[in-house]
Write a protein that binds this ligand. Structure first.
Ligand SMILES: Cc1ncc(COP(=O)(O)O)c(C=O)c1O
Length: 420
């Protein structure tokens, strides 16, 4: 319905020179960005990009890596964050990598696996993986005809046996350190084996970040990340990344997965990631230093049966981690003497630590894998991987270590099981 005419409205004869009010509202008002020199990277919240003329549009559609067309395919803010991650994953290695940003870590992992595997093929992986990755393999990829074969990736005899039993294996997938048991795959040995078998190796580097470990330099073909965790570092945005030195994979199947499965990141979230990345080194130094102190405290605690932390020499993967990581990260799991009841009491009594199922945030987080992150993993498999009912995962934050320790102590003390 037309609104009543106002005195300021142009009459229809003037329409050619004075646009209507609605047209004036809609008009884009760009400020020449060559005249703007912002200190920080810009956010481009736009779903599409315009072309100066049809010839340029046609050129861009011919070479999709040459510019910006549509937000699901690429966005300058996402590209800036992806470039930062590619730089950090290769810094000092002499390698050149590219990266693509996704809407979450699971989107990046799905893109890597679905981009490299076809129905009838199989992925060779470890026994214990992040619950979401495990569920993806069992519940989503298996019905599409993509099998998983699980072995100890550090045992060459198991790798050889798996390949001779399953010639359909087309990809090797490692998560190191793993969530939550901190299984570590020896990446140099595994990548040498994968190369000799002509299989691409994908590594989930979420727990380590490129500050602690650079899988591409150790021979991996693709690195995947949940940037939701330490890379963003503040728990403020979901995100994922795939990084590789292999342009054929990045411009081919990985780009196609992003473009057609459509799990593209929001430019705002990419910007939050860029912000977080700037303090990655400082945060990781503090996360790791705190984790060493928390692990030492928990190890001496009566209420704690066992501490799983790769910084402790008795952890089965301490030596592997020490070889390929700069430090040992911020994640640990503890087995409490009182089993599940003790785990629940601890989670309910912490005051500084927070009960939440993510990791890599400034605050220390605590959660119960058996009933939370790893609930979809079948019980027998979960127990075989060491994820018992009494296991609690702690993602050590960047508070002052003494406060984290005092909080855990008072929470354990409530159970009448404290040091004293
Ligand atoms: C090791 C690891 N990889 C991938 C993911 C999935 O990441 P997102 O939650 O960003 O999808 C997680 C989440 O906890 C994780 O711990």
């Amino acid at each position: 319905m037309d609104h009543p005419k106002r005195p300021s409205d142009p009459d229809h004869n003037a329409a050619a020179v004075v646009p209507g009010f609605g047209t004036a509202c809609v008009k884009n008002r760009h400020i020449d960005d060559k005249a703007i020199h912002p200190h920080r990277e810009a956010i481009y919240p736009t779903s599409a990009f315009t072309f100066p003329d049809s010839a340029e549009a046609m050129r861009l559609f011919e070479d999709r890596n040459a510019g910006y067309i549509y937000g699901r395919w690429n966005n300058p803010t996402a590209e800036a964050a992806a470039r930062a991650i590619a730089d950090l994953e290769t810094l000092g290695t002499g390698l050149e990598a590219t990266a693509r940003l996704f809407g979450s870590g699971m989107a990046a992992i799905s893109a890597a696996l679905m981009g490299l595997l076809k129905p009838g093929q199989a992925v060779l992986t470890q026994h214990q993986l992040y619950g979401g990755t495990d569920e993806l393999l069992r519940q989503l990829l298996a019905p599409w005809g993509i099998k998983r074969v699980q072995v100890d990736l550090n045992r060459m005899d198991e790798l050889d046996q798996a390949l001779s039993n399953h010639p359909e294996i087309a990809v090797v997938y490692a998560e190191t350190p793993s969530n939550p048991m901190l299984y570590c795959a020896d990446l140099q040995a595994l990548s040498a084996w994968s190369r000799s078998a002509n299989l691409p190796l994908i590594v989930d580097n979420t727990f380590a970040t490129p500050w602690l470990q650079q899988p591409l330099a150790l021979g991996a073909d693709l690195v995947v990340h949940s940037t939701t965790k330490f890379l963003n570092g503040h728990g403020s945005a979901l995100g994922g990344a795939v990084v590789s030195t292999r342009r054929d994979l990045m411009d081919g199947p990985i780009f196609q997965q992003l473009k057609l499965m459509g799990a593209s990141p929001s430019p705002f979230d990419a910007w939050l990631l860029l912000s977080g990345l700037k303090t990655l080194e400082l945060r990781m130094e503090r996360h790791c230093a705190n984790a060493h102190q928390v692990a030492a405290f928990l190890q001496g605690h009566k209420a704690v049966e066992k501490v799983f932390y790769i910084g402790l020499p008795e952890h089965p993967y301490h030596a592997v981690a020490a070889r390929q990581m700069r430090d040992f990260g911020a994640l640990m799991s503890i087995e409490l003497n009182g089993g599940m009841a003790a785990a629940i009491r601890l989670m309910d009594r912490v005051r500084i630590c927070t009960l939440a199922t993510t990791l890599g945030t400034p605050d220390t987080l605590i959660q119960h894998p058996a009933s939370m992150t790893h609930l979809p993993v079948p019980r027998e498999e979960r127990l075989a991987a060491g994820i018992t009912d009494g296991l609690v995962r702690i993602a050590v934050g960047i508070e002052n270590a003494r406060d984290i320790i005092a909080d855990l102590d008072q929470a354990l003390e409530e159970q009448g099981l404290s040091l004293g």
